[in-house]
Design a protein. Structure first.
Ligand code: DP6
Length: 395
């Protein structure tokens, strides 16, 4: 057994505030509109991936969250093929830094998330971003990689950068101009906070890939949104982020989430991602903002019932207490708040009364408190694969 060449990297989750929904090319994963997201901090949510190459490996193999999976998955194959293509190109262009022998070697891939899959958070974005970033390091490929991550999962291209990231839809048929780009780094807006409200879902919702396919085929609202609404919203959102204008950012975020879910309802047959608890969170946010006469908190929802809340640091303790009040957690059900610490405050009777929602015990399982964070990075000495090229027992 020849000692493998091993690299380990981590990559973040991102949450879109202008949503991607609908493809114009299924194979290349080209979207019908641009989108914009905030990269979440990897201290709370990340994927770790180890890639090993060795002359001794017989075939490409992959283990995800402790289980061996099928490497022939077409999107995995696209990413592997594209990285190997770039590596070959560099070698043929005569890059002396490139270890050309490893190009023919098979790879072993091992990947884990630091958050439960059951939390219903989109893990494919962090997963494919991490895979592509790590493969690129192993094969000595540098430069623009979001176009390859995009071919794993559309939203994965935005996880290739930290902070505030736009995915420019592009115009070309070959997708060469459909790439992610950083709008502002994670240090740009330090007061911004993100709360992931993990809602207990009873059923597994329709997946994004098939959901958006049906929407493209049947929803004329989606066509209108992509052509006439998103272009203006992208410009306004970029401006709001640049100016750190929370009220403008929050309003656009909520309106865009609502329009995305409206296109789901306009899909035939309709798709429902929001449940009763999601709807209560929406009411709660609007009543909270109304109480103060300003937009202090915003919600957004992806293809599931979990709410992602944006607010500023100064409002976090009170808003979390409001959530705890209307969605009382199990008293012995483990930690309700995870991630960045949140101090506790008392709520005024007046605030509770103006919100006036009926209480839904255990409607929210727990909250992950986080902020904007950096893009993928290399980590030393935390390999998930051992010197035999197989997952370590602890993985
Ligand atoms: C609602 O990126 O998961 O989260 O490209 O088919 O893999 P595929 O879909 P995916 O879709 C994400 C949809 C969304 C909105 C967003 O993240 O922009």
């Amino acid at each position: 057994m020849e000692k493998p060449n091993v690299v380990t990297c981590t990559a973040p989750v991102n949450i879109a505030v202008i949503k991607y929904w609908g493809k114009r090319n299924e194979e290349l994963i080209l979207p019908i509109n641009s989108s914009l997201s905030v990269t979440l901090h990897q201290d709370q949510l990340k994927t770790t991936t180890t890639v090993a190459t060795s002359r001794s490996f017989q075939e490409d193999r992959i283990w995800l969250n402790g289980k061996e999976e099928d490497i022939t998955h077409p999107r995995l194959q696209s990413c592997l093929r594209e990285i190997r293509r770039l590596a070959r190109k560099r070698r043929n262009d005569g890059d002396p830094a490139l270890d050309s022998t490893s190009l023919s070697h098979k790879v072993h891939i091992c990947s884990v998330n630091n958050f439960p899959t059951a939390a219903g958070l989109a893990s494919s974005a962090a997963g494919f971003a991490c895979l592509v970033y790590t493969l690129a390091r192993v094969f000595g490929v540098e430069g623009e990689l979001s176009g390859i991550a995009r071919q794993g999962s559309g939203s994965a291209c935005r996880s290739m950068y930290g902070g505030f990231v736009q995915w420019i839809m592009g115009q070309k048929d070959d997708g060469k101009d459909s790439l992610a780009q950083q709008v502002e780094p994670e240090t740009h807006w330090p007061e911004l906070r993100i709360l992931v409200l993990v809602v207990s879902a009873e059923r597994k919702p329709v997946g994004s890939t098939s959901g958006m396919q049906t929407s493209v085929q049947t929803s004329c609202l989606l066509k209108h949104r992509a052509e006439s609404v998103v272009p203006g919203r992208m410009r306004e959102m970029i401006e709001a982020v640049r100016r750190k204008d929370f009220a403008a950012f929050a309003e656009l975020t909520m309106k865009d989430s609502n329009q995305f879910h409206a296109t789901c309802l306009d899909t035939y047959p309709p798709i429902f991602y929001l449940n009763r608890v999601s709807q209560q969170v929406i009411s709660l946010v609007h009543r909270y903002n109304k109480h103060y006469g300003e937009t202090r908190v915003a919600y957004t929802f992806d293809a599931g019932p979990n709410a992602v809340i944006f607010t500023l640091q100064q409002h976090v303790p009170e808003f979390v207490q409001v959530v705890r009040h209307f969605f009382p957690p199990e008293t012995n059900g483990g930690q309700f708040i995870r991630g960045l610490p949140v101090s506790s405050v008392a709520l005024s009777e007046e605030l509770k009364q103006t919100i006036g929602l009926e209480s839904t015990p255990k409607g929210i399982s727990y909250i992950i408190s986080t902020k904007a964070g950096p893009g993928p990075c290399v980590v030393e000495d935390q390999h998930l694969l051992g010197s035999d090229g197989l997952p370590k027992k602890t993985v």
